[in-house]
Design a protein around this ligand. Sequence first.
Ligand code: ZN
Length: 336
Amino acid sequence: MSERLPWQTDLWAGLMARVRDKRLPHALLLAGAEGIGKLDFATQLAEGLLCQSPHDDGSACDQCHACGLLAGGSHPDFRHVGPPEDKSVIPIDTIRAVGEFFALTSQYNGRQVIIVHPAEAMSPSAANSLLKTLEEPTSGALLILVCSRPSQLLATIRSRCQQVNFALPEPAQAVAWLCERLPGDGDAEALLALAEGAPLAALRLNEEGGLAARQSLVRQWAGLLVGREDPLAVAAQWKPWGLAHSLRWLSSWVTDLIRLKSAGSDAAISNKDLGAQLQKIAERLDLRVLYAFLDQLTEYGRLMANNLNEQLALEDLMIVWQRGAQIITRKEIRQA
Ligand SMILES: [Zn+2]
C-alpha cells in the first residue's frame, strides 16, 4: 500500500465522508497537475473500497484476502486501464472492455473499481465508448478517471463525473516531504522549482538525473545553433522526457532567453542552474527568432490534444530551432 501524501489528507477525509453517507458517485474525475500524487490517491481509494475490513479512516487493512488479491494484481473486481506499452493512446478496445467489466457481477463486497489513467490519452472513439458506460451506471461500480489536462476530455464526459480538484501542495510542505526522500546532496528547492511545484515529479526528476540531464540537453540545444549537433539526434535525447515535459522546459528556456535579451545579464531568470549556457545562447540569437520559436512551442502545446506523434514533433522543433537561427544569421550577413 502506498503512503497517504500529507497534502491529500483533507481530500481523503472528504471522500470518505461521502462513502460513509453512501453519496459516492459512480464516476470520479481526479484532476490536477502532473506529479502531485493523483494516481496514488486513486489506487488507495480503490484499495480502501475493495478491502473487506478497512481501517476507521477508510484505508485498506493490507491483511485481508481482498487486499492480498489487489497487491498481487489479481483482484477480479479491479482494473487499471492505460495506454498499451510503448503507446501514448488508450484505444477503443481497452475502453470497451471497461463496459464489459462493469457488466460482470462483483465477486467480493459488491464493488467494482476501474482506474483510467491518464484519461486524456483516450482516443476520440475510446472516449465516446466510455460515454456510453457513463450513461448506464451499474450499482456498486466506480470509475476513477485520473487526468492532468481535464480540458482535453469531452465536455460530456466531464459533466458525467464528479470532479475532485487536486491543488499543488504548499511549497514548505512540498520541500519538507522532498527533503525526507532525497539523498544527502539533493537540492529540494531547485528540483521543486523545475517540477513546477509538483513533489512527485521533482522526486522523479532527481531519480532520472534531471539536473545533470538538463545541462546536457541545453548544451546540445546550443550545439544545434552552430551546426555541431544533428537535430534528429538531439530530438532522440529529449524523447524520454515526453513532449509535454519538453515543451514546458523549452518554453521556460526561451522565456529566459527573451528576458536576458531584453534586460541583459542581470535579468531575473527561472532556470538559474542553466544561467551561463543561456547567456551564451542569448548573445548569439535575435529576439525575432526567440519569439517565433516560442510561438511554435505554444502551437505544439495546442496540437497535443490531437494525439501528436511525439517523436516527429520533437524532431520538427529541433529542425525549426536550428533553421531559425540560420535564417537570421544569413540575413545579418547579407545586411552587413
Ligand atoms: Zn483489507
